[in-house]
Design a protein around this ligand. Structure first.
Ligand code: SF4
Length: 213
């Protein structure tokens, strides 16, 4: 990367970090996936109960795979062997977890967190329940303001997730959100977190580069 472009990107991350901290979030800036995995290895104590929101970012960083080999109680709702009923039990158990790992669909430069969820378990657990929440966010999810956040989520994140989940929603053909009435619509719960009520409960981990959708 050109060194001036890199300096501008670092400046932006620094400003965002300080605004997040002013809003009561912890914030850590990391260089790459290895540092993200090291953070989790060094943070999560043996025997902890850990849950994960459906997060492509956490998967791409290699953290989900690593959790499976750690000496923890991993509430792995994504395990292929699980029935939908068993997954729902794990989704509810996640509210009592020591750690909840997920991402954020968009992060605005004023230090606010934006998410859209289908079922609602992810936005609920980020807001309340698990003792500590770690959100891994790539630079691709940073936007300037709230309007850009919702636009990004509906026209980038939601469509990519519908493709991943093989949902037959109209945005997959239109290439943009048409605010559908589909039975498999994944844009049902809208969450904007402006401050971390219990200071430091949520840590935003900014990982340089592009991660997830
Ligand atoms: S068309 Fe429906 S599923 Fe697709 S992004 Fe819009 S509201 Fe979400």
């Amino acid at each position: 990367m050109d060194k001036n472009v890199e300096a501008a990107a670092n400046l932006r991350l620094g400003v965002l970090k300080s605004r997040l901290e002013n809003n009561g979030f912890n914030c850590i800036v990391l260089e790459n996936a290895e540092e993200a995995k090291e953070l989790i290895r060094n943070t999560i104590e043996d025997g902890s109960t850990v849950a994960m929101g459906g997060s492509q970012s956490v998967r791409e960083l290699g953290i989900e795979e690593m959790l499976c080999s750690m000496n923890i109680n991993f509430l792995d709702k994504n395990a292929r062997s699980k029935s939908e009923e068993e997954r729902n039990v794990l989704r509810r158990q996640a509210f009592m977890a020591d750690y909840y790992l997920a991402s954020c669909n968009a992060l605005s430069m004023d230090g606010h967190l934006f998410n859209i969820d289908g079922r609602g378990n992810r936005v609920a657990a980020i807001s309340f329940g698990p003792k500590k929440v770690y959100l891994f966010v790539g630079e691709n999810k940073i936007v300037n303001n709230e309007e850009e956040a919702w636009t990004r989520i509906r026209n980038v994140a939601a469509i990519a997730n519908n493709i991943r989940l093989n949902n037959d929603t109209p945005c997959r053909k239109a290439g943009v959100c048409v605010n559908c009435g589909s039975d498999v619509r994944i844009c049902n719960q809208f969450s904007k977190i402006v401050k971390c009520f219990e200071k430091g409960r949520i840590t935003v981990v900014l990982v340089k580069g592009s991660w997830g959708y």
